[in-house]
Design a protein around this ligand. Structure first.
Ligand code: F6P
Length: 509
């Protein structure tokens, strides 16, 4: 039984009542609101090195932000006063920090090693390695051709059917790791409910070599079940009824529904209620990814995630990358009043990473009631948006450079492309410095003073991807701890789902 997380541990006090919050408000008003980034760099020639942090393969340059060493100190005091260290330990211990659903939050257990002793007594945790072994054997047998389609053809086209966390993770990661795809394997995905994706996709597919991976924690989600049933009908039409057993596997927690669908027991991959949808890529929901990139690469993603977990658990707050990103986010959100944040990867392989982070951050932090049931007294989740960098430059950067709103940016930079690096660095500089020429027409002026983080890495690898995802997962968690919200529930999506189901039933569809 997961330990009940008490209100004290949940930061019972409003963050706005904490002494550090009050100090930050004064510091903002007196020292920071009007200080420009150019001034901060002019005041301290060594600034760049002082606001840079390394963790594993990732380097975070946060020097181009409206903060000083004093700001950082006050922000880490805020984290301490909000009981962030205790909250981190509570997560790894398996306490029920998802209070509204009474659940532990243990995606970290999915990438842990036994020696990490992550909540080993929590039901299901000791089964993690069993499922991983079952996935490994399945993936290898598909690759070797031992597991075949119903007519004996090798399975080469993997179609992930899911939505939300059961889609965004596999889709984002398979694109990020395109260079790691095994010869002959192809990844496809279907998520939307209107049927067009599946319709277009099956025109290109050979049913004999297609394997559908139905990913749904609940196995009841309307979109997923509509698509899975349509795919099932297609397989029966093209092959026969028996073929369903060869061409469908599932990642789910709902065995009764998998029975009804006809998923055979050795083609089922389970996970547990302590894995949230948006954190499920690390679980059996990663099966479609593992089938395409191979188990070694999938395990390398897990080990990247673990590497970030160790950093997160062991580093002091002011040298802790996820904690710092969270605090910088709070600084802009709650003190500068920024409403949105742009995620701009200068790495085309990460083109779906902004969409992935939209769910991770907005489903986690889009809350206006605290865990103690009381309304929040400050803004919570920012609106997250973004696009691969160069495409974005030719699309919405106009607003970033000359619009009226403050939009803090996270650049994600793969140093493997010299052109991408030059573009990313140029944009960060232009946002910060703007133009210094006084004689130009007003419409040409770039005021600058616009903040950004740059997270850079040598090249995209499975390990790097794992570190990046875990970095943002923990960032979101820490913001939630400070605001006192439950970052792991998603009640806000339930009403719309229920109303849609009622309409469908009343139409007899
Ligand atoms: O729409 C909300 C949500 O519950 C997400 O959190 C989740 O990722 C998605 O639906 C899919 O749910 P399932 O995996 O149960 O089909």
């Amino acid at each position: 039984m997961a330990k009940n997380y008490t209100n004290r541990e949940l930061s019972a006090r409003y963050p706005t009542d904490l002494p550090a919050w009050k100090k930050l408000a004064t510091h903002f008003r007196d020292d920071m609101r009007d200080a420009t980034l150019r001034e901060l760099f002019a005041r301290d020639k060594k600034r760049a090195g002082k606001f840079e942090l390394q963790s594993g393969d990732l380097t975070l340059d946060y020097s181009k932000n409206h903060l000083t060493a004093t700001t950082r100190k006050m922000l880490t005091q805020l984290a301490r006063q909000a009981d962030v260290p205790a909250a981190i330990e509570a997560m790894f211990a398996g306490d029920a920090i998802n209070k509204t659903e009474g659940r532990s939050v243990l995606h970290v257990a999915l990438r842990a090693k036994i020696a990490d002793t992550v909540a080993l007594e929590t039901p299901g945790v000791s089964e993690v390695w069993e499922v991983l072994t079952k996935m490994e054997s399945f993936v290898e047998r598909v690759h070797s051709g031992e597991i075949k389609g119903s007519t004996g053809k090798k399975l080469s086209d993997i179609v992930n059917i899911g939505i939300g966390g059961s889609d965004l993770g596999p889709v984002m990661a398979s694109r990020a790791l395109r260079t790691y795809w095994k010869d002959g394997m192809r990844f496809h995905s279907v998520s939307n409910v209107d049927g067009t994706q599946l319709h277009d996709l099956i025109r290109e597919l050979d049913p004999e070599s297609t394997l559908f991976v139905v990913c749904s924690k609940t196995f009841t989600t309307l979109e997923t079940m509509t698509n899975a049933n349509a795919a099932r009908t297609w397989i029966i039409e093209q092959l026969d009824e028996l073929a369903v057993q060869y061409h469908f596997v599932a990642a789910s927690t709902n065995h009764a529904a998998m029975d009804e669908f006809g998923i055979r027991s050795d083609f089922r991959f389970g996970f547990w209620d302590w894995v949230g949808g948006r954190y499920s890529l690390w679980s059996a929901v990663g099966l479609s990814l593992a089938l395409v990139v191979g188990m070694d690469s999938f395990k390398a993603v897990l080990s990247g995630g673990r590497r970030m977990d160790l950093h997160f658990r062991q580093s002091p707050l002011d040298e802790n990358m996820p904690v710092l990103l969270a605090l910088i986010g709070i600084w802009y959100n709650n003190f500068f009043g920024a409403q949105s944040q742009a995620i701009l990867p200068y790495d085309n392989r990460l083109d779906r990473f902004p969409a992935y982070l939209q769910q991770l951050q907005m489903e986690s932090s889009g809350k206006s009631v605290r865990m103690d049931g009381k309304p929040v007294r400050c803004d919570t989740g920012m609106i997250i948006w973004g696009e691969a960098g160069n495409n974005a430059q030719h699309s919405f950067y106009q607003l970033l450079h000359q619009g009226t709103r403050l939009v803090p940016v996270d650049f994600l930079l793969s140093e493997s492309s010299a052109l991408a690096t030059a573009n990313c660095e140029a944009q960060a500089e232009a946002l910060m410095n703007g133009t210094s020429d006084d004689d130009i027409e007003p419409y040409r002026v770039h005021a600058g003073n616009r903040p950004s983080n740059t997270i850079h890495y040598r090249k995209m690898t499975p390990e790097v991807l794992g570190q990046l995802i875990a970095l943002y997962e923990h960032k979101v968690f820490i913001e939630g701890v400070i605001w006192g919200i439950d970052s792991f529930d998603q009640w806000g999506v339930e009403l719309g789902k229920r109303l849609a189901n009622e309409r469908i039933l009343s139409r007899g569809e």
